[in-house]
Design a protein around this ligand. Sequence first.
Ligand code: NAG
Ligand code: NAG
Ligand code: NAG
Ligand code: NAG
Length: 390
Amino acid sequence: MFSIPTLVSLFLAVPTLVLSSPCVTFDADFNLLAFGFDGKDWNAGTQDTWTTGSATDITTTGRPPFDGTNTTCYLAQFFNAVYIMNGDASNPSAVHIYDAAAKSWSTQAVTTGTFDPSSFDAILDHDTNVFYALSHGELFFLNMDDLKVANSTAMAWTDVEKSPYGADYQPVMALASNHIHFLNVPDTPAGDAQIFVIHFSFFQPAPQPYPLSDGSAIPATHGQTASFFQASGVQQEFAFIPDDGSATYVIDVLTNTTQKLAGPTTKDSKATYAASITALVELDSTGALSFLPYKQGDDSANTAATWTKLSKVAVPSSVSASSGTSATKSGVPTAVATNLAGGANATNSAASGKSTGGASQASGASSLGSHGTSAGMMLAGVLAFFAFLL
Ligand SMILES: *[C@@H]1O[C@H](CO)[C@@H](O)[C@H](O)[C@H]1NC(C)=O
Ligand SMILES: *[C@@H]1O[C@H](CO)[C@@H](O)[C@H](O)[C@H]1NC(C)=O
Ligand SMILES: *[C@@H]1O[C@H](CO)[C@@H](O)[C@H](O)[C@H]1NC(C)=O
Ligand SMILES: *[C@@H]1O[C@H](CO)[C@@H](O)[C@H](O)[C@H]1NC(C)=O
């Protein structure tokens, strides 16, 4: 039998259970990777296989526990690496790195300075492999260099400058064509994005309109984004899903236009999204996955496309995930913790309201040689400028 003090400490452990916080992204071959589902990580394969068979268990040592809050993951396309933020509640500043080719994990130490890892939105720039994050109105960057494996030297979040959008702006950020697009910025017309030009490190003074073909505009509201990848080179389009899930907007930053597509079947303001080249994936706050097929340039196919459940990765049963994770962390035997959690309805109801991690503004990196036209022109401008100095 347990002594009284042991039982007390076991019960005390239950209310502190941290529910698992999954996130989804892709590897560079656009296999869907689902991390932190009941303490396991899965490779669900390429899109043609999502509605059949079962996912491959890729859980291995060195992974973060996926017990953080607002966990997000990002594909560095050029390096076939996945970067995870807030994957470990006990180490919120760390970036966990999954080398998708080697199937191995490492943990990059990061110094935060004034950056608040508990409150930010971020994109991973495709060409420079640098994170940009907006936190409390301040723009920061974190250079991931060419990392597939953590460097023993800590990296640092660096303060760029205050954004012009105010400290209260709740960021809605998306990457396309080396530009960070900010939606739902105060005092900006509906349908317009404010832009930060990465290569010039400069907030563009005027917003850019992205009208729909019927003349209507993307609603000025909070939501989630995910950038569609290209086979190589920078992203040109990104999806915006308002918190009410009423539609999926796809913004093309080369044509300056927006398509309006079906909203996700599960309307969930806490859902997060990841995009490949040909699909948008929703991870809702219960851990269920669904996807919308997408074909760049084919408006009629996209308008007709519908969301499909992706049941290849099982919806996590939060209770066992939470008790298992916490038991391991607090040193309580798993079986005991599971019994305690299973008998406590408080734990069950907490589980249904659990915080689910972010899917990411999926982004990535590629060689400088694969810039899009506008980026190439900017690069030419920079070179001309330096030539002028010489
Ligand atoms: C998680 O994100 C939500 C929405 O962005 C925010 O309101 C909340 O404070 C965040 N929680 C933590 C612990 O960072
Ligand atoms: C680790 O970082 C240091 C300092 O930035 C750098 O000099 C070194 O080359 C890096 N090592 C690796 C293996 O990337
Ligand atoms: C899109 O807008 C930008 C900035 O205003 C402009 O330079 C570009 O020419 C526009 N593209 C098209 C296809 O109209
Ligand atoms: C927990 O709640 C469920 C549904 O409300 C109920 O069926 C079950 O008996 C409860 N379990 C305990 C241990 O109270």
